[in-house]
Write a protein that binds this ligand. Structure first.
Ligand SMILES: *[C@@H]1O[C@H](CO)[C@@H](O)[C@H](O)[C@H]1NC(C)=O
Ligand SMILES: *[C@@H]1O[C@H](CO)[C@@H](O)[C@H](O)[C@H]1NC(C)=O
Ligand SMILES: *[C@@H]1O[C@H](CO)[C@@H](O)[C@H](O)[C@H]1NC(C)=O
Ligand SMILES: *[C@@H]1O[C@H](CO)[C@@H](O)[C@H](O)[C@H]1NC(C)=O
Ligand SMILES: *[C@@H]1O[C@H](CO)[C@@H](O)[C@H](O)[C@H]1NC(C)=O
Length: 461
């Protein structure tokens, strides 16, 4: 993922708030129809299934990773509602983008791809396996094997040259952000590992899941009770620099980082029964109170000031998704989360009232906390967020995720993705990068730190 400012698709469009979509949370058909309207609106912007277009790519300003996330949202949509209308489009895109190693490293994306970007496609295929999304044809890579491919390639990138381990943000040393060991990549690796462990029972995944948690916790990315600062224990911070031996901390709190970890811990509680995971889930949830205002979810690091970038506008979608999914692995969470799903969904629905970019009355805004006044923004992130949080209200009656032992139908391949990464010049796979940081990178880093701290003023004050 990249940092960039929000770009309007077109300034010339007339934006107004019409009547919002109807939502009666006591009526499953009302939830389904609200989600359907939002999904339909979103898919009018997707052109990847048209003749001559590339399956799995979203129009600018959306990066490749967000398309992977969006197909995950459409799998969720099918899972909750049973509407299979987008399944073929989803399957086509998921199979088109796998890349030569079947691990979501397609050559013409991989040079800009971070570990977190790759992981979002990994989440989507893992979800496909857990929810028994229709399998690909037998001659194509299968959902579980693709998730293993992503995980294996990331495990090989675990970087012991600095900070005793951890994943770097970027895969290639020439990319800005290679020096940054950040939570999204490590939490995503942990999340995928926990779910692969639950699905397959292979202990290697559990070992690495524990290792990833410990690494983040030991380096302060997950706040320990005795560390300084006013944030609650288990608050999840964004990252730390390998150039500083991971002694600094970028203290921004994003919803999706907490969501990935909370879900991973809930899966581990389910798979191991170890009470330490329940304690972690509860801590992560307690620290997540910053992401709600009167029980309505908000992206606290940027939403109050209205400066969320394109990527960040979608994070609430993943937090909603991971919270809801966690209640299946750890049913005692449901009563705790339900009031937050309900309040957030009611307010999100009120924002789905825009006439914008071809949508009439179903373009969703972003600021769920501001009542029925449409905030005038629209985009894939806003549609996904509203859809995921509305659908979360149907999690209780929905069937749980399957594993290989409980009815799973996806074939795995434990050695998928172990071939190593292609070189930066497109040459044959190399061993994982082990060289030291490139000279000059610290200049970019310095600029980057300033930019990041600029966005975190509210935390530092
Ligand atoms: C692309 O998918 C949409 C559903 O999202 C569908 O309505 C449309 O007909 C499809 N277009 C083509 C050319 O297949
Ligand atoms: C990427 O590669 C695929 C397969 O070679 C190609 O069809 C596509 O046009 C390329 N471009 C983009 C932006 O994905
Ligand atoms: C860097 O930090 C690690 C702990 O993460 C420590 O073991 C090591 O000694 C430190 N190295 C330097 C050069 O400070
Ligand atoms: C378990 O997973 C590891 C890591 O991917 C793999 O090397 C190993 O072969 C797997 N074991 C089995 C029995 O599938
Ligand atoms: C573990 O998760 C599965 C799948 O959702 C669920 O059926 C089971 O009840 C959970 N186990 C416990 C102890 O809650």
């Amino acid at each position: 993922m990249r940092f960039r400012s929000v770009l309007a698709l077109s300034a010339a469009l007339v934006l107004r708030g019409a009547t919002s979509i109807e939502l009666d949370l006591s009526d499953p058909s009302s939830i389904t129809s609200a989600a359907s309207s939002i999904a339909h609106g979103m898919m009018t912007w997707y052109t990847g299934n048209q003749t001559g277009q590339i399956p799995g790519i979203l129009p600018p300003p959306y990066y490749w990773w967000e398309a992977g996330a969006m197909f995950g949202t459409l799998i969720d949509y099918w899972y909750y509602t049973g509407d299979s209308g987008y399944n073929d489009v989803v399957k086509e895109a998921l199979l088109f983008q796998v890349g030569p190693e079947a691990n979501y490293m397609p050559p013409n994306q991989s040079k800009n791809e971070g570990n977190d970007d790759q992981a979002f496609w990994g989440f989507t295929v893992m979800t496909a396996a857990e929810y028994k999304f229709p399998n690909p044809p037998p001659d194509q890579p299968q959902w579980l094997a693709l998730a293993q491919g992503v995980w294996n390639s990331q495990q090989l990138r675990w970087d012991r040259t600095t900070c005793n381990g951890g994943l770097r943000w970027q895969i290639y040393s020439t990319n800005n952000g290679y020096d940054y060991k950040h939570t999204p990549s490590n939490a995503a690796f942990m999340n995928l590992g926990a779910r692969l462990y639950a699905y397959t029972g292979n202990e290697t995944y559990a070992e690495w899941t524990v290792k990833a948690w410990d690494w983040m916790y030991d380096h302060g990315l997950i706040k320990t009770p005795d560390s300084p600062g006013s944030a609650r224990p288990y608050s999840v911070f964004d990252g730390t620099y390998s150039t500083m031996n991971c002694t600094d901390l970028i203290p921004i709190q994003w919803t999706y980082n907490a969501g990935m970890l909370l879900n991973a811990a809930a899966v581990m509680w389910n798979a191991t029964g170890d009470p330490i995971w329940e304690e972690r889930v509860n801590g992560l949830w307690a620290s997540s109170i910053v992401f709600f205002k009167d029980k309505v979810m908000w992206e606290v690091a940027c939403e109050p000031r209205g400066n969320c970038n394109t990527d960040q506008l979608s994070f609430k979608a993943y937090f909603s998704r991971f919270m809801a999914a966690s209640t299946k692995w750890m049913p005692q969470l449901y009563n705790e989360f339900q009031p937050f799903f309900a309040a957030s969904a009611q307010q999100a629905a009120k924002q789905c009232s825009g006439d914008a970019a071809g949508l009439v009355g179903n373009a969703c805004g972003f600021r769920w906390t501001q009542g029925s006044r449409y905030d005038g923004t629209y985009g894939f992130g806003q549609q996904m967020g509203a859809m995921e949080v509305i659908l979360a209200n149907m999690i209780e009656p929905s069937v749980g995720p399957v594993t290989a032992k409980t009815g799973g139908i996806s074939k795995g391949d434990p050695s998928a993705g172990t071939g190593g990464d292609y070189g930066e010049d497109g040459s044959a796979p190399l061993q994982p990068i082990t060289a030291g940081d490139k000279a000059g990178a610290s200049i970019l880093t310095a600029v980057f730190v300033v930019a990041m701290l600029g966005g975190a003023w509210w935390m530092i004050l």
